[in-house]
Design a protein around this ligand. Sequence first.
Ligand code: CP
Length: 305
Amino acid sequence: MRHLMNPLDFTVEELDKLFDLAQDIEQNPAKYAHACAGKIMATCFYEPSTRTRLSFESAMTRLGGQVIGFSDAASSSAAKGESVSDTIRVISCYADICAMRHPKEGAPMVAAEKATIPVINAGDGGHQHPTQTLTDLLTIRSLSGDIKNFTIGLCGDLKFGRTVHSLINALVRYEGINFIFISPEELRIPDYITDMLKEKDIPFREVMSLENVMPELDFLYMTRVQKERFFNEEDYIRLKDFYILDTTKMALAKEDMLVLHPLPRVNEISVEVDNDPRAAYFKQAQYGVYVRMALILTLLNITVG
Ligand code: CP
C-alpha cells in the first residue's frame, strides 16, 4: 500500500508514467469511465477548498467510483475532539482511499501511519501540497512538451505558500531549471529552500520587482498572499496587493510565456489578463482532474487495458 505525502514520494520515472496515464485519460475518457466501479473515496477536509476537494470528487466520479466525506472540520467529529488517528481508522472501514487536507503540518502523515487505505495529502498547513504540484508539472509538460530547460518566476507569498514549496522541491529533479523568486522582503522564500538550491548548485535569484524580470521568464507562477496564514491583519493589508499582474506587465513578457496560478486568486492577477492566450491557470485546474484520476488509479493499483 502506498500513500502520497510529498511529490518526492514518486521518482521522476514514476511521475512520467503518471503523466502519460493522465494524458491518456484526457484523450480517452470513456476507457476509464468504470475503472473505479465499486470503490469509494473519502475526502476529509479540515480546511476550506474548492479545487482540490471538488477535483478529487470529480476525478473519482469520472472513474465510476463514489465519494463520501466532509468539507469542514466543524461538521465532523473533530469538533468533539476526535484525533486524526482515530478518524482515519474509522474512515479506513468506510472507504478504499482518502484525500485529507489539514491546517496542521504533518497531519496527513499521522493519518497515513494509522490508515489501512492509501492516504493522499491534499495540503497540510504551509508545508506541502503534492497534488497541486502534480497538476503544475502536468500543465507544464502538456503545454510546453517537456519539463526541462526553462526559467520560472515564482511570485507573491513565497514564505507561507505550500504550493511553491512543493513545486520547487519537485522541479529541482529536472534538468536546466532556473528559479527567480519574486517577493516582498517579509514573504521571502524560506532559507531551508535556498540552502537546498545552493547545495545542489541550482541557479536562483531573489528579487522584488516583477517588471524587471518579466522578459526573462518562460513561466510565471503567481500566488495569493494568504490571509489565513498571517498572525497580524495589518501586515496582511499592507502586503496583499504588493503584486498585481495586469496587461501592462504582460506586455513585457515573452510571446510564449505562460502564466500559472494554483488559484484561488484574489487581486494578484487582474481579470483582464484572463483573455490573454498566455493565461494558463484555468487549463491548469482542468489538468488537476486528469492527474488526480491517474493518481487514484495508481494508488489503488488499477490498470485499464
Ligand atoms: N489550488 C488549491 O489548492 O485550491 P483550493 O484551496 O480551492 O483547493
